[in-house]
Ligand binder design. Structure first.
Ligand SMILES: C[S@@+](CC[C@H](N)C(=O)[O-])C[C@H]1O[C@@H](n2cnc3c(N)ncnc32)[C@H](O)[C@@H]1O
Length: 218
């Protein structure tokens, strides 16, 4: 997997196309899903034997306005739940993970550079793993696929293309779950955010993008 750890990093240097300046949609989803985060943590804490330190990881944190958002939210939620229950808040140790090429210079808490398709943490060491908007990043382009004139699954792709992508996703995702299950304590929780709900077919049918790239005819 070493080669895959080089491919999918978001752009941090070019301001116009940087992830930092183009991540407001993900921020909205993080805000909207905050109640799920809260419920998940509440449930975990209510069933867990109290511990002095809760270890939290955010996988695929990027570097930008969203980087600290889930981590700060988790700290706030745990602190508030403990205050409401009149018990002492545990210490929280937060690890932010992304690929080695991520700009960790702007991330000033424990950074874990590495691919989440590998083991990242010691066995039985984590209580809570948060992760938003990375599920679509496969570890690699599926091998053995002839997908001429396309860069992804398209209408003109041969049928084996979407199958190959699906199988790559299934293998990758199984690996993520297997590694995290080894790293997490019994009773720990993992919250994965991808996208909210389904888009209605009629909405897709009625939406067209008004752009056209003129090219010189051959
Ligand atoms: C779209 S960004 C999401 C950032 C942030 N979580 C949010 O919700 O705004 C996806 C991040 O996942 C990271 N990523 C992709 N593949 C990864 C892998 N195999 N291991 C670790 N991070 C990965 C990318 O570098 C990128 O920073």
């Amino acid at each position: 997997m070493a080669s895959s750890a080089n491919v999918h990093c978001t752009n941090a240097t070019d301001k116009q196309i940087s992830y930092a300046n183009n991540s407001s949609l993900q921020k909205k989803v993080l805000l909207k899903t905050r109640p799920f985060l809260e419920d998940t943590i509440k449930d975990m804490l209510s069933k867990m034997v109290p511990v002095p330190c809760i270890k939290v990881a955010d996988l695929g944190c990027a570097s930008g306005p969203n980087t600290f958002f889930p981590a700060c939210g988790i700290v706030d939620i745990v602190t508030r739940i403990c205050q409401e229950a009149h018990c002492e808040s545990p210490e929280l140790q937060v690890f932010l993970n992304d690929l080695p090429k991520n700009d960790f210079n702007s991330v000033q808490i424990s950074g874990v550079a590495g691919s989440f398709y590998q083991r990242l943490f010691p066995t039985n060491s984590f209580h809570f793993v948060h992760s938003s908007y990375w599920l679509h990043w496969l570890s690699k382009v599926p091998g053995g696929v002839e997908n001429k004139r396309n860069v992804y699954i398209a209408k003109s792709s041969p049928p084996n293309v979407s199958k190959a992508y699906f199988e790559q996703f299934r293998d990758d995702f199984s690996r993520v779950l297997r590694f995290r299950s080894e790293e997490m304590i019994t009773g720990g929780r993992i919250l994965l955010l991808t996208s909210l709900g389904l888009v209605r077919e009629s909405d897709v049918d009625s939406f067209n993008v008004p752009y056209y790239h003129p090219v010189k005819k051959k």
